[in-house]
Design a protein around this ligand. Sequence first.
Ligand SMILES: Nc1ncnc2c1ncn2[C@@H]1O[C@H](COP(=O)(O)OP(=O)(O)OP(=O)(O)O)[C@@H](O)[C@H]1O
Ligand SMILES: [Mg+2]
Length: 409
Amino acid sequence: MGLEPFTAEDPVFVDEDVLRDSHKPEDLIERDRELAEYQAALKPVIKGARPRNIFLYGQTGVGKTVATQMIMDRLRQDQENYDDLDVHVIHVVCKNLNSSYQVAVKLVNEFRGPNNKIPTTGYPPDTVYEFLWEHLKEIDATHAIFVLDEVDAIGNDDDILYELPRANDNGNVPVDETKVGVIGISNKFTFRDNLSARVKDSLCDEEIHFPPYDANQLRNILYQRAEKAFVDDTLSDDVIPLAAAMAGQESGSARQALKLLFKAGDLARGAGDEEVTEEHVRQAEPKVKESQVRNELESLPTQSHLTLYALLALDRQDDLPAKSSDVFEVYEVAANRIDADVKTDRTIRDRLSQLKLKGFLDVEEHNEGPKGGSYYLYEFGDIRPDMVQEVLQDVDRLDELFQKDITSY
Ligand SMILES: Nc1ncnc2c1ncn2[C@@H]1O[C@H](COP(=O)(O)OP(=O)(O)OP(=O)(O)O)[C@@H](O)[C@H]1O
Ligand SMILES: [Mg+2]
C-alpha cells in the first residue's frame, strides 16, 4: 500500500491550536481578584506616577504569563488616551539565563538592532548596566516597565533585581525623565525567600499570588477553550470534568488540563474514533505526564544533568541505590571529562536533595547502629532510567560522555 493522501478532513478538531500554550485566550476567566490586584498596582502609571515594583508568584501553568501579557496590552492601549504618557514595556523570558549579567545583556539587546547586539560575555558588568541606562535615556519614555518572566532562572545571583528597581533612586536614570518599574515573575516559592534583603526591599512593593486552580475553575477554563477547538458534539460529557479533576488534583495547572484535553482528542483522532471519551483522557494522562517530566529533566542546569548522569552510570552497573559519596565519585570523573566546573561533594548532595524534591529520586536512610551513624541511599524515583538516558543523550553539553561506555566507572 502506498501513502495516504493528505487531507484537511478532521472529525475531531476545528482548531487544535486553541488548546496550545501559545494561544492567547480573549479573556481570562477565574482570575478576577488577581487581575484587579494587578491592575491596581499599575494604576499609578496612568496617573503619571512611578510604577510600583511587583513580584508575581504561583506554580506553573496558573496564568501568570498570560495575565501579564493581557494587562500590558491593555496598559499600552489605554495610555494612548493620555497625551503626556509614553509607557514602554520590555518583556523578557529569563529561562536559560543563569545570572543577572546574562539578563542585563538580554535587556540591552532588546533595545538594539540585529547588527548591533552585544555578546553574552566580555563586557564588565558595570558597562552593561551603563548601556542599559543609556538606552533608557535614548528612548525618552515617561515610563519603562521591565517584565522579567521566569526570573528564578538567575538563582542567587540577583543583582539585576536590585539595580533595575533602584535605577531611579540611584540616579542612573533620572526620575523626572523616565520612571522605571519592574515586574518579576516566578514559579518557585523558594526563590522569593532566598532573595537578598536589599532585593526584597526594592522589588517587592507589591506581591501578587496566583494560586493553583481547583477542578471547578479548570472545568470552566476547558469549556471556554474546547468550544472553539472541537467539532460540535465530539466531546462526550464526562471528558472535560475528568480532565479538570485530574489536573486539579495533581497540579492545579491550566496548562496541564489543556494538554490532557488536547492529547485525548489527538488519541481519538488517531484511532479514527468519532467521539472523544473518558477512556481517551485516561490514556492521555501518562503520556502528558511523561512529556512534562521530560521537559523538566531537559531544562535542568548542567550540574544537575551531571548528577543524573552519575546516577544513570551507577544504575547501568547495578550499583543503585548508592551513597552520595559514590555518586560524587562518578560525577567528578564525568564533570572533568566535559570540562565543567567540578563542584564539592556537598554541592552534589544539595543537587541530590533538589532532585528528590522534584520526585526524580528516592532516598532511604540507613542506620548503622548507635556507633555507626547514618547515611542516605539514592536511587531513581518515579522515572525510568531509559527515559533519563534518552533525555541526557540529547543534551549537547554531555555529548562526550555518551561516546564512552557508560558502565566504565
Ligand atoms: N484563567 C485562564 N483562562 C484561560 N486560559 C488560561 C487561564 N489560566 C491559564 N490559562 C492557559 O494556561 C496556559 C498556561 O498559562 P501561563 O503560561 O500563563 O502559566 P504561567 O503561570 O505563566 O506558568 P509558568 O510558571 O510555567 O510560566 C496558557 O495556555 C494559558 O492561556
Ligand atoms: Mg509563564
